[in-house]
Design a protein around this ligand. Structure first.
Ligand SMILES: Cc1cc2nc3c(=O)[nH]c(=O)nc-3n(C[C@H](O)[C@H](O)[C@H](O)COP(=O)(O)OP(=O)(O)OC[C@H]3O[C@@H](n4cnc5c(N)ncnc54)[C@H](O)[C@@H]3O)c2cc1C
Ligand code: FES
Length: 256
């Protein structure tokens, strides 16, 4: 884990409401694994808390990190206003990412801004028999489809790209055709809960990347605790920033 001044190499519009930023951050890029994130300082003097942002792609040779950021509140709006040549303080790589070791066929599931870390996971673990299922609001929100290392099926809320359906529909259809060894998912909580139910009901190994509000980002403040089920029927809290953001779907207690 390094705390560095990363240089902005480029910033452009990736899709509607989504900005792509490419950073030169060789100290982080050389250590980063799919599913990990960086904690970015908001580039003003007003915000003390950093913002967690996933790694959409990392290139150790070029020393670059690619991010896809939704300008939501003031912090991400400021980060999205960074321009080529600016620097931004980044701490990372942080967290426990996806683990695709030993899995031949992986089904990747991404929704909205959650497609970004799934692109990183696909680069790291996709095989020829793997497939990705992406859900977008409309065709204007689509990204991550070109240069994907495996087949991608996209659906949308309005039917302007792919079927008008929830992403779990093509996922279920694909599982009926061929059961995967592993599912990896990131997206809104209702999507993750639906993927969790499918995976747990069918006893398919599944890893879910969770989002939680963060303070320190390094496991010290307990601000990002989530409820985790234990095998003996009891539960405990785990930290999204340090123990996650990726958890086994059998552990996660949504709404609990
Ligand atoms: C592990 C992880 C990876 C993420 N990856 C991405 C990504 O790749 N792209 C992207 O656009 N967004 C990502 N997010 C969400 C992003 O961090 C929040 O949208 C952002 O922190 C909101 O800050 P803000 O100042 O814009 O909003 P505000 O609402 O003004 O933020 C106020 C406070 O709440 C926290 N907060 C608000 N919403 C969230 C949230 N959903 N998750 C965590 N903290 C939140 C902020 O950090 C800040 O401390 C990720 C979140 C996590 C936990
Ligand atoms: S944000 Fe401090 S422990 Fe996770």
């Amino acid at each position: 884990m390094k705390d560095i001044d990363a240089k902005v190499l480029s910033s452009d519009v990736l899709a509607e409401g989504l900005i792509r930023i490419i950073l030169h951050a060789p100290e982080i890029a050389c250590e980063a694994k799919p599913g990990q994130f960086i904690h970015m300082l908001v580039p003003d003097n007003a915000h003390v808390l950093r913002r967690p942002i996933s790694l959409m792609a990392m290139d150790a040779a070029a020393g670059t990190l690619t991010l896809a950021i939704q300008p939501k509140g003031r912090g991400t709006q400021m980060i999205c206003s960074l321009k080529e040549g600016d620097t931004v303080k980044c701490l990372g790589p942080l967290g426990a990412g996806f683990d695709g070791k030993g899995a031949q066929t992986i089904y990747f599931v991404g929704g909205g801004v959650g497609v970004a870390p799934i692109c990183g996971a696909m680069d790291g673990f996709a095989t020829e028999s793997s497939c990705a299922f992406f859900g977008f609001r409309t065709k204007n929100h689509v990204y991550g489809m070109t240069q994907a290392p495996c087949r991608v099926v996209a659906v949308s809320d309005d039917g302007s790209i792919g079927e008008r359906a929830l992403v779990t529909k093509p996922l279920l259809e694909a599982i009926e055709q061929k059961r995967p060894d592993l599912i990896m998912a990131c997206g809104p909580t209702p999507m993750l809960a639906a993927v969790q139910k499918i995976a747990n009901d069918m006893d398919i190994p599944c890893q879910l990347s969770l989002e939680e509000r963060m303070g320190c980002g390094i496991g010290a403040c307990l601000g990002c605790n989530v409820k985790i089920n234990l095998p003996d029927g009891t539960w405990t809290y785990k930290r999204v920033c340090k123990d996650g953001p990726v958890f086994d779907s059998k552990e996660v207690a949504f709404g609990g």
